[in-house]
Design a protein. Structure first.
Lengths: 403, 141
């Protein structure tokens, strides 16, 4: 017969009732998976929205007629596309009152076919006027982007020789950017002087992205920074008046971010309410089981008292048993939730169609520790009622009732 | 009544999952002109899954001591399942490729869970074996 010390007694008690212990651990595991998994997903979505806000450097985006939705989808990363103006829209927009800065961009969606390494969004920008992409790229690549060269987003499949094949042509990739959790991760950035080349190569493989006649002047959108004191909507009216074009599309990146954030906040608040209800139900189950078990163990506790155990020893015994259950359930819950979320972050991001950026390792580690502490606290909280009963002065008499 | 040796079930369940997943929902990329690394990783993972499943089925009929050894072997094979797409063969480099987005994490998760569960099962089998020996010694005395 092995010698059982007071320190080992809680674990021996748990081992003696394996089914009850396993069921309690399962309950704590489910609570931890829900709380830690939910918190991790919310943190990743929050980081994605923050990253999206940082990347939206413009107050207003002017697009061709009926392409506003397509442009919004391109910004949030839910889809790629090709659309363009057939006139010199950048010059017209620059003339409007309230426009502090304006820069043109060209969007071309490559094909998911033999000619290309995959379907990616090609973004042509003009470094001489750009104020949206350049500041971000400069933080990670300090060279000048030459004609024919490309910078790849984090999700782009760059070949081992540092190139990417688009429309049958190998473009040298001079830098690959860090993940942003937005559609820009699946974009390839080129100088506007490279755009006619891309259009030429697309025509050569029989999938002309833009007609050759517009290759030199195709502009998909003009991004505008409004002057101080001007409202973006007012500037949009000014652009319509100055250009004489009524059917322009307008996207407000700031508003888009705010709308996405508001939608996300609503989802998170509903999820938090659901988790609170779920946690309360789990806690009630744990309290019921601990109370019932303590009631059934009156003889056992009476025996401890007869052997000289104080009331504090009994309380400590019950609390350590529940803390051990909380720790085991917490470890299992954190492991399961981590395995379900961390390796699948790219898949989750692509399915959610929302800005989603895997949060940093340090924050994940801190959340794991917090989740473990939460699980242990839940276990201890569940046994509080039993512990209070055991610590009452008349406990000895109560326990004697079991004899 | 014959008792089901529950400690053999992790190898059976995870072996079946490792064999089926790469051929169904966690498949390699499709549409390559020539089979890429992910195709060979997929085939190797299926083979490893079948081996793990076979070990689990054998363990169903084995004594606790032998089952402990079989579970330890299954745990090692589970580590091999993780190594195939990460180190030994690899998958496509593109972050948005199906093999990297689905097959790689699925094999890592199945491998990690299989290794943990098989090691716990091996430990439980060793304890059961010690208890069996103690009972036999007591009966002999």
């Amino acid at each position: 017969m092995p010698h059982i010390t007071l320190a080992r007694l809680p674990l021996e008690n748990l081992r003696r009732r394996p089914l009850r212990t396993a069921m309690l651990i399962v309950v704590v595991t489910m609570l931890t998976v829900a709380v830690y998994g939910g918190a991790l997903l919310a943190a990743n979505l929050g980081d994605g929205i923050d990253s999206m806000s940082e990347r939206m450097g413009a107050d207003l985006m002017v697009t061709p007629q009926n392409t506003g939705t397509q442009a919004e989808a391109l910004l949030t990363g839910s889809s790629s596309g090709t659309f363009y103006f057939t006139n010199d829209i950048a010059a017209l927009v620059s003339k409007a009152d309230g426009v502090a800065r304006a820069t043109a961009q060209t969007y071309i969606a490559s094909l998911s076919a033999d000619c290309c390494d995959g379907k990616v969004q090609i973004i042509g920008f003009d470094p001489s006027t750009d104020f949206v992409i350049e500041p971000w790229i400069v933080s990670q690549y300090d060279g000048a982007l030459a004609t024919g060269e490309a910078i790849a987003g984090s999700g782009i499949n760059v070949s081992a020789d540092g190139t990417i094949r688009l429309y049958g042509h190998e473009f040298p990739v001079v830098a690959q950017l860090a993940a942003t959790g937005t559609g820009l991760d699946n974009a390839v950035f080129v100088d506007s002087s490279t755009v006619p080349q891309v259009i030429g190569y697309s025509a050569e493989v029989g999938h002309a992205a833009i007609p050759a006649a517009y290759a030199d002047k195709a502009v998909s959108a003009v991004l505008v920074k409004v002057a101080d004191g001007y409202d973006a909507h007012k500037v949009a009216d000014n652009i319509a008046a100055a250009s004489g074009l009524d059917g322009l599309g307008y996207v407000y990146p700031g508003g888009l971010t705010a709308t996405t954030r508001a939608g996300l906040d609503t989802i998170v608040s509903y999820a938090a309410a659901f988790l609170a209800v779920f946690w309360t139900m789990g806690l009630i189950v744990l309290v019921a089981v601990f109370t019932s078990a303590t009631n059934e163990r009156k003889r056992e506790f009476a025996a401890y008292r007869i052997m000289g155990a104080t009331r504090g020893t009994l309380v400590s015994l019950v609390v350590r048993e529940s803390a051990a259950i909380g720790l085991a359930g917490g470890l299992a819950g954190v492991t399961l939730a981590s395995l379900a979320i961390l390796p699948f972050s790219t898949l989750i991001a692509s399915r959610l169609q929302l800005p989603y950026l895997q949060t940093g390792a340090l924050r994940v580690a801190a959340m794991m520790l917090l989740a473990l502490a939460f699980a242990v606290a839940t276990g201890v909280l569940a046994c509080l009622a039993s512990a209070v009963r055991l610590s009452a002065p008349e406990t000895y008499l109560t326990l004697r009732e079991g004899e | 009544m014959t008792r089901i040796p529950f400690t053999a079930l992790p190898a059976v369940a995870f072996g079946a999952l490792a064999a089926i997943a790469p051929q169904t929902f966690a498949h390699a990329c499709q549409g390559h002109d020539t089979p890429g690394a992910c195709h060979y990783a997929q085939q190797a993972a299926t083979g490893i899954g079948v081996a793990m499943l076979a070990i689990g089925v054998i363990a169903l009929f084995a004594r606790p001591a032998m089952r402990a050894g079989l579970n330890a072997a299954a745990a090692v094979i589970a580590l091999l399942l993780i190594a195939v797409p990460t180190v030994l063969i690899g998958v496509c480099p593109g972050a948005m490729m199906h093999c990297r987005m689905v097959m790689l994490p699925t094999l890592i998760v199945v491998g990690a869970l299989a290794a943990i569960c098989c090691l716990i099962a091996a430990w439980a089998d060793l304890r059961a074996d010690r208890a069996d020996r103690a009972r036999t010694a007591l009966a002999a005395a």
